[in-house]
Design a protein around this ligand. Structure first.
Ligand code: MN
Length: 467
C-alpha cells in the first residue's frame, strides 16, 4: 500500500475573496492552508505529497509565498515525507528555484522546462509507482503539452506499479493559453490516473475501465465561484496497483449559493425568520459535511417567492445581513451578497386589462416575461443595453473599472451597474469565467423586470392612497 496526499493551486501569498468586512479572518490565508495540509500529511502518515502546480501566487511569489512553502517542505522532509511537484503558470520560475534549496529526495520538480519525464517512486526497495510529469516552461503555453509525450508503457513485467500522470493544464478548453488538453487524449496515454492542476474547483472525472482524471482543486476555497467542499485528496495505491482517491475537507472557508423562498410571507418578521433559519440550516449542514476545519461559511443569497413584503425586503435584509451573527460550533455564517428576486402578490393579467400607467407597465412586464423571440422584447432589451453601455462609458464611473452586464469580459475587479453586481473576474487563474451573451441578456432582463415590478408597486400604492 502506498499513500499520497495530492493538492494543487494553493496560491500561497493570496487570501480568499468576498469575506465581508469586519468578519474575523485571522488565520485565513493560503499560507495557513498550506500549513494545514502539511500537518494533515503528517497525521495521515502519507508516503508522498504531490503538488499539481500554482503552489505559489505569481503576484506575491517572493514576498509572502516562498518562505512558508520552503518551511512546509522542510517540515515534511524532517518527517521523511517527500514532496513531488509540477510547475503551473504561476510558479514556472519559482519551483525550479525552490529545487536548489533541497535534495531531490526532499523536493523534486518533475518535467522541468516543459519536457516530459518519468519519475519512479520506490517503497521498501521496490517500485511503488511511476509519475509522468510535465512542468510549465513559461507563463503561457498555448500548445497541447501532450504533443511532446513520448513515454511508453510501464517498464518491467513483474511490477504492478501503476503510472500516474501529473500535469497543470486546462481540460477541454481548446483555445486556452494554459496548456490545453482533452480528456480523450489524456485517456489514450499510459497513465491510469491523472492528477491535474489549474482549475480551483475540485472535480473527479471517472469512467469505467478508463483513466480517472482528478482536479484536486485548491485546498482553501477562495471564491464564490468555487462552492462546496475544498481540501487535499488522499490517493491510495494498493499492492495490486489499484488506485483510489478521496477528498479530505480541510478548508476553513466554504462558499455557498443559497436560495431562500419567502413565498406568502405576510410580515417582515416572517421574512427575517425564514432568512435566519435557512442560513442556520445550511451552516449546520456544512459543519456536518465539511468537518471541524470550517470556520467561515460565506453565503450568497437569492430571495425568491411572491410576497406582499416584496418592496420592504431589500433594505431590511441588507441591514440584517450585515448584522447577521450565526454560529454553530466554531463556524460562523456570513452573507456576501443578497439578491432580492421576490415578486409582489399582484395579478399582472388583471392590471394589464385596465387603463392608465399601471396597465401599460403591466403589459410591458408580461411581454418581458413572455416569448423571448417577441420582436418587442428584443427591441426593449437592445434599448436597455444601449443605455447601460452609456452609463458604463460615462467618465464619472471610469474609476469603478466597469465592464458590467454589457462590457467586455476580462477586466478584473468587482462590477456594479444599476444594482447588479457581477462577480470578480479573474484572468489566468483557473476559474471558469465567461459570462456569455445569453447570461448577460438574462441579467438585463432580470434587472428590467425587477425595476418594473418595483415601479408598478409604487404606482399602485399611490393609486390606493389617493382613492
Ligand atoms: Mn494555473
Amino acid at each position: 500500500m502506498f499513500k499520497i496526499l495530492c493538492t494543487g493551486d494553493l496560491h500561497i501569498g493570496r487570501r480568499p475573496g468576498h469575506l465581508p468586512e469586519g468578519a474575523d479572518v485571522e488565520g485565513i490565508s493560503c499560507a495557513q492552508a498550506w500549513e494545514d495540509v502539511v500537518l494533515h500529511a503528517q497525521d495521515a502518515g502519507v508516503d508522498l505529497v504531490v503538488l499539481t502546480g500554482d503552489v505559489v501566487d505569481r503576484e506575491n511569489r517572493y514576498f509572502e509565498a516562498f518562505g512558508p512553502l520552503e518551511a512546509g517542505i522542510r517540515t515534511l522532509a524532517q518527517g521523511g515525507i517527500r514532496v513531488v511537484a509540477v510547475a503551473g503558470n504561476h510558479d514556472f520560475d519559482v519551483l525550479p528555484k525552490l529545487g536548489q534549496s533541497f535534495n531531490p529526495d526532499e523536493f523534486r520538480l518533475v518535467g522541468a522546462g516543459g519536457a516530459w519525464e518519468r519519475l519512479t517512486i520506490h517503497k521498501e526497495g521496490k517500485p511503488a509507482l511511476h509519475l509522468d510529469g510535465w512542468s510549465f516552461p513559461t507563463e503561457h503555453y498555448e500548445a497541447d503539452p501532450l504533443a511532446g509525450y513520448r513515454l511508453g508503457p510501464a517498464p518491467g513485467p513483474a511490477t504492478d506499479a501503476p503510472i500516474l500522470g501529473l500535469l497543470h493544464a486546462d481540460l477541454d478548453q481548446l483555445r486556452s493559453p494554459y496548456a490545453p488538453v482533452t480528456a480523450a487524449a489524456l485517456r489514450g496515454l499510459p497513465p491510469r490516473f491523472w492528477l491535474l492542476g489549474h482549475i480551483h474547483a475540485p472535480a473527479l472525472y471517472e469512467e469505467p475501465g478508463r483513466a480517472s482524471i482528478l482536479y484536486p482543486g485548491s485546498p482553501l476555497a477562495m471564491s464564490p465561484k468555487e462552492p462546496g467542499i475544498h481540501g487535499p485528496w488522499i490517493i491510495e495505491v494498493s499492492d495490486t496497483g489499484r488506485v483510489e482517491a478521496w477528498q479530505v475537507p480541510l478548508s476553513r472557508v466554504r462558499y455557498e449559493a443559497i436560495v431562500i423562498d419567502v413565498e406568502g410571507a405576510q410580515t417582515v418578521d416572517e421574512v427575517d425568520r425564514r432568512f435566519t433559519e435557512n442560513i442556520l440550516a445550511h451552516l449546520q449542514d456544512a459543519v456536518a459535511k465539511g468537518g471541524e476545519a470550517l470556520t467561515h461559511l460565506v453565503c450568497r443569497v437569492r430571495l425568491v417567492g411572491r410576497t406582499p413584503m416584496h418592496r420592504r425586503i431589500e433594505t431590511r435584509l441588507e441591514e440584517r445581513a450585515r448584522q447577521l451573527q450565526l454560529s454553530y460550533g466554531r463556524a460562523i455564517a456570513v452573507v456576501d451578497r443578497i439578491s432580492v428576486e421576490t415578486r409582489p402578490e399582484r395579478n399582472l393579467g388583471e392590471i394589464a386589462y385596465g387603463s392608465g400607467p399601471p396597465a401599460v407597465l403591466a403589459r410591458l412586464l408580461l411581454m418581458l416575461g413572455g416569448d423571448p423571440s417577441d420582436p418587442e422584447q428584443e427591441r426593449l432589451l437592445r434599448k436597455a443595453r444601449e443605455i447601460l453601455r452609456e452609463v458604463q462609458g460615462a467618465a464619472h464611473y471610469r474609476e469603478l473599472k466597469t465592464g458590467g452586464v454589457v462590457g467586455a469580459p476580462g477586466d478584473e475587479g468587482i462590477r456594479r451597474v444599476g444594482g447588479l453586481a457581477e462577480d470578480e473576474v479573474v484572468t489566468g487563474e483557473g476559474t471558469r469565467e465567461d459570462a456569455g451573451e445569453d447570461e448577460r441578456e438574462a441579467k438585463i432582463l432580470a434587472l428590467l423586470e425587477r425595476q418594473g415590478l418595483l415601479l408598478l408597486d409604487e404606482l399602485l400604492a399611490q393609486k390606493e392612497e389617493a382613492s
